[in-house]
Design a protein around this ligand. Structure first.
Ligand code: NDP
Length: 335
């Protein structure tokens, strides 16, 4: 079993010495357990939070423990009646080639459908569900309303834009760089913008003549600064992620304190600002699988994967995710 453990906690952006690669014997499954060979490992922005101690919605990864992560895995041996050799499952398989997990902890078997199994980590899994449920429960885009989302070429943002469009909204997607920006146009965003452009804030203003009704917050930072003055009364802001500041957790950020001004705006404009963690809303997951399965089949929702080969390349790929070097759902192929 080859695995990557958390060797030290980062100070700012994570670096290679924060991880260590180890080779250990493949464990044998005990009663009720299955032995899995991980085939795809999902790399996600939340993993930056797991590297850090301090208050959060989930416990940190302990030092010297295997880094946490979802995998798509193949059953190699099974002592659980629910799983047979050769089946594929979604698993909390972590950053390693093999895992032993109790069958009761495996929530999802990947049935035969026409989708690649890796999509269970992206558009047809947690990130796609995040987009779906954040819109359904908080964003609630109405026909003719304007929705804005950044990190819009990634699995959450791309799905947000496409679902909102299906629901009749006018959509503005934001991404870093011309290549990603042009890709957003192929997804059907009404307007696609590059947040690295010098005049990005002016471009955004011009793109939303009727203001912004839903801002699906994935990034924070300078994108949020450009969005805030353009929000309409009663706008909804599902707060999904603030990746622009994930490497600055705990630090006092530079600049004037804009919190009193923003709270006053929330009040005056009767904004709904609601943070959410997708796992709290798991009751909607079956409906998501049904609806998204149909949209994918009909080609009404498209997706893009960024597949990196080899577990040893996971740390570097993860560093890139926090800087926008990924282009689509970042997945590591392990075999
Ligand atoms: P992506 O694949 O979209 O990767 C993250 C992207 O963020 C990068 O590619 C980059 O895209 C963008 N980014 C990074 N830094 C900045 C910055 N300073 N300003 C603007 N954009 C930046 O990730 P996901 O789709 O997996 O996740 C998107 C967001 O959703 C994240 O914040 C994540 O934490 C959050 N999330 C929240 C969940 C929840 O339950 N609340 C569940 C899943 C995800 P670009 O090059 O376009 O700038």
């Amino acid at each position: 079993n080859t695995r990557i453990v958390l060797a030290s906690r980062p100070n700012g952006a994570p670096v290679s010495i924060n991880f260590r690669i180890e080779h250990v014997p493949v464990p044998a499954p005990g009663p009720g357990e299955v032995l899995l060979r991980n085939r795809y490992l999902s790399l996600d922005p939340y993993m930056r939070g797991r590297m850090e101690e301090g208050p959060s919605y989930a416990a940190p990864v302990a030092l010297d423990a295997v880094m946490e992560g979802r995998t798509v895995a193949e059953v190699l041996a099974s002592n659980h009646p629910g799983f047979a050799i050769g089946e594929h499952v979604l698993a909390p398989g972590n950053w390693q080639t093999h895992a032993v997990i109790h069958g009761d902890q495996l929530s999802r078997k990947l049935e035969n459908n026409d989708l690649p199994i890796s999509t269970a980590l992206g558009v047809y899994g947690m990130p796609g569900f995040t987009a779906y449920v954040g819109l359904q429960e908080i964003g609630k885009p109405q026909p003719g309303e304007t929705l804005v989302v950044a990190a819009a070429s990634g699995p959450v943002g791309a799905t947000v834009g496409q679902i909102a469009k299906l629901q009749g909204a006018r959509t503005v997607g934001i991404a870093g760089g011309e290549q990603k920006r042009a890709y957003l146009e192929t997804l059907g965003f009404d307007v696609a913008l590059d947040h690295r452009a010098d005049d990005f804030a002016a471009q955004l203003r011009a793109a939303v003549p009727d203001g912004i009704d839903v801002y699906f917050e994935n990034v924070g930072g300078h994108v949020f600064d450009a969005v805030a003055p353009l929000l309409n009364d009663f706008a909804r802001i599902p707060v999904c992620g603030t990746i622009a500041t994930y490497n600055a957790r705990g630090a006092v950020l530079p600049g004037p304190d804009r919190l009193p001004g923003f709270m006053s705006q929330v009040l005056r404009q009767r904004l709904t600002v609601r943070g959410f963690i997708q796992s709290d809303l798991h009751a909607f997951f079956p409906a998501f699988l049904r609806e998204m399965g149909q949209w994918l089949k009909d080609g009404r929702v498209q997706y893009r994967e960024d597949i990196v080969e080899g577990l040893e390349n996971a740390p570097e790929a993860f560093f890139g995710l926090l800087k926008g070097r990924n282009f689509g759902k970042l997945v590591v192929k392990l075999d």
